[in-house]
Design a protein around this ligand. Structure first.
Ligand SMILES: C[S@@+](CC[C@H](N)C(=O)[O-])C[C@H]1O[C@@H](n2cnc3c(N)ncnc32)[C@H](O)[C@@H]1O
Length: 322
């Protein structure tokens, strides 16, 4: 079938009918659909990098984000070297390293399961390290112990849950968090922890993905129906992904299971204006996807969602503790 025909078929179907067709193998998988129609935007690819080039590209993307943070802080007259920081949901610790590389003060990299310290991720970590060092034009010895590199660079690891952080009240000037807030289960408590940790006037900078966007379920191919995850309950989503799309339970848990499914209004209202001064709040649009929204979805959109939820890819915020 041509992509346009596929779109015609899909938009005339209800999710139930699509579900049936998908089961009987009559319709192509979402990944195919997505690639055929949205090739202009994203490639269907695994979320983990594999080649030197891919690691390089991922590091460049993170550098761009950290450079934006640096500029926003400088615009506000903050002196980076004097700022004590915490990277919330640090993962591989790349942003924490980049923060130090751009002259930032001491930084705690917090994660409840840091990939950086996981022996199973050692090879991956070396590739990340090589790419980070290449980006700052510093030599990197692959035989070097990764933990030692973090220590040398002034990054301290803290294995803890974001909802309960063993760090003193009002001890930090900055908390930043890249691609992590949507993964934190008890996000309400995590946000109040960030508020507690910051000094008055301290900055919280975050960029995270919106669950209700086209690929908000985090991995194309996890669910066959475009925006299907918006209507499915967590259990239905698991059934569809694991039983029908052959996604393993572990992969599902790692990619989708822990997502907190907050919608845009809920995110914004949580940053109460009496506690936070909002300097920047941006919904970054998923360009070109609005015409792809199926009619059945608009008809059944849950009350708390709007079209903006469906077309917003990422949210970016710069907040100051009052
Ligand atoms: C997609 S990764 C992002 C990692 C990194 N910031 C980056 O941009 O590459 C999300 C991270 O959030 C962490 N995370 C999820 N829930 C958490 C929690 N409750 N407390 C601390 N870290 C959490 C995960 O372990 C994971 O490393």
């Amino acid at each position: 079938m041509e992509p346009v025909e596929i779109l015609g078929v899909l938009s005339s179907l209800t999710p139930d009918a699509y579900f049936q067709s998908s089961m009987s193998g009559q319709l192509p998988r979402y990944a195919f659909f997505h690639k055929a129609l949205c090739g202009f935007k994203r490639e269907i690819a695994s979320t983990s990098a594999s080649s030197e080039e891919e690691y390089g590209a991922k590091v460049r993307k993170r550098r761009k984000k950290m450079k934006r943070l640096k500029e926003l802080l400088r615009d506000r007259g903050r002196r980076l070297a004097r700022m004590t920081a915490l990277d919330l949901g640090a993962g591989f610790g790349i942003e924490a390293l980049l923060w130090r590389g751009m002259g930032g003060g001491s930084v705690i990299a917090l994660d409840r399961q840091p990939c950086a310290l996981d022996p199973n991720c050692r090879d991956q970590m070396r590739q990340w390290m090589a790419a980070v060092h290449a980006s700052i034009e510093e030599p990197f010895d692959p035989a070097q112990d990764v933990r030692a590199v973090f220590r040398q660079k002034g990054v301290e690891w803290l294995v803890a849950d974001a909802a309960s952080v063993p760090v003193d009240d009002e001890s930090l000037d900055l908390v930043f968090s890249i691609s992590s807030l949507e993964h934190i289960g008890d996000i309400e408590r995590a946000i109040s922890e960030v508020h507690r940790l910051l000094k008055p006037g301290g900055i919280f900078y975050a960029e995270w993905s919106n669950f209700y966007s086209l690929v908000g379920a985090h991995s194309p191919g996890i669910v066959d129906i475009p925006w299907g995850h918006v209507l499915l309950t967590p259990d239905e989503l698991r059934t569809l992904s694991c039983e029908l799309n052959s996604v393993s339970e572990d992969e599902f848990d790692a990619l989708v299971g822990g997502l907190n499914r907050w919608h845009l209004r809920r995110w914004r209202e949580t940053f109460d204006d009496s506690l936070w001064k909002v300097h920047e709040w941006k919904h970054l649009a998923d360009e070109g996807v609005e015409p792809l929204i199926p009619l059945w979805l608009i008809d059944r959109l849950p009350r708390e969602l709007t079209i903006v939820d469906l077309v917003t890819d990422d949210i970016r915020a710069l907040l100051e503790k009052r």
